[in-house]
Design a protein around this ligand. Structure first.
Ligand SMILES: [Mg+2]
Length: 166
């Protein structure tokens, strides 16, 4: 289902190395806003260490952000020392495909993590990547994101109902 993630969890740190290995994931695409950093551009405790852990395990990483704030995305990428693409226009495929090429992996070996269904999950699913939805770090959000949340919440509810009934 286009709108359903392959996995749903609280935050990026809940995406464990063993889980990625079990699912044959060799590369991870990361969203920035509300996935890696909050409204104040701060990382949550443990997020930088989580990224370092993946790198140590030779999981390839790439940031794909819809933000047009180049300095913000670059700053996050530099702190984590991972390549990045900003203004990516998710859910269009272009940003995901650039990251795929950058990592040199097949779509089936790539997971994409983000906090929004309409951009992160739908885009990853369209590219046949493993989609992971996390809860947004902070709800204090830009206007357009705020409009989309009620619909997202409705989809998440129906998704959880479905997986719990399995
Ligand atoms: Mg986001």
């Amino acid at each position: 289902m286009l709108f359903y993630p392959d996995f749903y969890c609280d935050n990026v740190r809940d995406v464990k190395l063993e889980f990625l290995k079990q699912n044959n994931i060799k590369g991870v695409i990361l969203d920035v806003d509300n996935t890696l950093i909050d409204y104040y551009r701060q990382f949550e405790n443990g997020t930088i260490e989580w990224v370092q852990g993946l790198k140590k395990a030779e999981i390839k990483l790439c940031i794909v952000s819809n933000s047009n704030k180049h300095d913000k995305v670059r700053n996050v990428a530099e702190q984590l020392d991972v390549p990045y693409f900003h203004f990516a226009k998710k859910p269009f495929k272009i940003g995901f495909l650039k990251a795929k090429k950058q990592m040199g992996l097949e779509a089936q070996n790539i997971a994409a993590i983000g906090d929004q269904i309409m951009t992160d999950v739908v885009g990853a699913n369209r590219c046949k990547m493993f989609s992971i939805l996390v809860k947004p770090i902070k709800e204090k959000d830009i206007f357009i994101t705020r409009i989309k949340r009620p619909l997202e919440n409705w989809i998440i509810k129906s998704y959880l109902k479905r997986i719990n009934n399995k």
